[in-house]
Design a protein around this ligand. Structure first.
Ligand code: SF4
Length: 361
């Protein structure tokens, strides 16, 4: 049997466990500090705990929910960390160095792209994570643990989080919110909620539910089509929650949140990049006061779509700008993390024959 991870315990659940174990309550703060602030890699390293308590902890918990197996990239580029989970599945997190376009030339802020599920059931046509189908939800320790592990591995503090890795975060909302409480808690990782962005393919009921959440978390919508006709070619979820219903939910969000919404739009040649789509997208974005991130498609092995020429991407962006919408367009190549977040994991699991037997749809 796999022991639960210590990194999944809230201060309250840890206090309850200590009480049950007959230990004084002040030990909770010591343990939390070792795990989340000093970021130790073994329970044995918690040197101010009595040996008997360390033994009790070791027989009841694993320290971490993730085992780091591989890093791709280097310190001054985007780094992908691959982690093995207790059941032999894999997830990845991507650490993105400062983006001067977003934060200014002198900024050294780092953004971590976090996974929320193993695989994904939503089957967006541009996405490598959807290729292998859905396996399971991550739990809170596996989600928050990615941030802790990225800080341990890089030796750097993560400044921003985007829940934009493998999986649809709003399809795993309970675990996501439990992880967010660990990520933002003063005794745990203590990252400000406004530095967290959840990216969703558009799960309308969960957007409404999250809109009522007391913390001011940012929301980004994977839109990728401004009309039902175009969007549902790319995103099957649009058949369930069409564009009009999605934007009603975003109005609801805006009525309860101050943070500006973001619309993500991958430009795919001949699919969603017509200038008519740009004009409709501009109207949507203006109405809900959203900014738009335009991301030229990066080729994904096994998928057939193409990236539009740069000149066309600029023309698409200019329609938004001329309509008064704040729009960014990243033309540099090689930043494959947005459109192909699951590739590293896919390769690893195919290599080990896991997907072939269990995941393939
Ligand atoms: S883009 Fe997101 S919701 Fe769509 S298949 Fe990929 S991981 Fe799932």
């Amino acid at each position: 049997m796999t022991l639960p991870a210590l990194t999944g315990l809230t201060p309250e659940t840890l206090a309850a466990w200590l009480k049950e174990a007959g230990e004084p309550s002040f030990r909770a703060n010591q343990i939390l500090a070792w795990v989340w602030k000093k970021k130790v890699t073994s329970i044995g390293a918690m040197t101010n705990l009595p040996a008997a308590l360390r033994e009790k902890l070791t027989s009841s918990f694993r320290l971490a929910a993730l085992e780091h197996t591989h890093t791709q990239g280097s310190a001054d580029t985007t780094r992908k960390f691959l982690f093995r989970l207790h059941d032999g599945r894999y997830v990845e997190s991507v650490l993105i160095p400062a983006n001067p376009a977003l934060y200014g030339e002198k900024s050294d802020r780092r953004t971590l792209c976090v996974s929320s599920q193993v695989g994904c059931a939503y089957g967006c046509k541009f996405c490598a994570s959807g290729l292998a189908g859905f396996t399971r939800n991550l739990d809170a320790a596996e989600i928050a643990g990615q941030v802790l592990a990225a800080e341990q591995l890089s030796g750097e503090r993560v400044d921003n989080l985007v829940f934009m890795g493998m999986g649809e975060p709003l399809a795993n909302l309970d675990a996501l919110l439990a992880a967010i409480s660990l990520i933002t808690g003063a005794k745990t990782l203590h990252l400000g909620a406004r530095h967290l962005t959840i990216s969703t393919s558009g799960l309308v009921p969960q957007i409404r539910q999250l809109a009522e959440h007391p913390q001011q978390i940012r929301l980004a919508i994977s839109l990728h089509g401004a009309t039902d006709e175009v969007r549902q070619q790319i995103m099957p979820i649009n058949r369930k929650w069409p564009v009009a219903e999605l934007f009603e939910a975003l109005d609801f969000w805006n009525a309860r949140n101050n943070q500006k919404l973001t619309l993500e739009y991958i430009l795919i040649q001949g699919v969603n990049d017509s200038l008519e789509q740009a004009a409709i997208l501009a109207r949507h974005a203006r109405r809900i006061h959203a900014k738009v991130n335009l991301i030229p498609y990066n080729t994904v092995e096994g998928l057939e779509w193409k990236r539009p020429p740069d000149i066309h991407c600029r023309a698409f962006r200019d329609i938004l700008k001329n309509a008064g919408v704040s729009a960014t367009l990243r033309l540099e190549k090689g930043g494959d993390i947005d459109a192909a977040c699951g590739q590293l994991r896919l390769k690893q699991e195919l290599g080990e024959g896991i997907i072939a037997s269990v995941d393939a749809k």
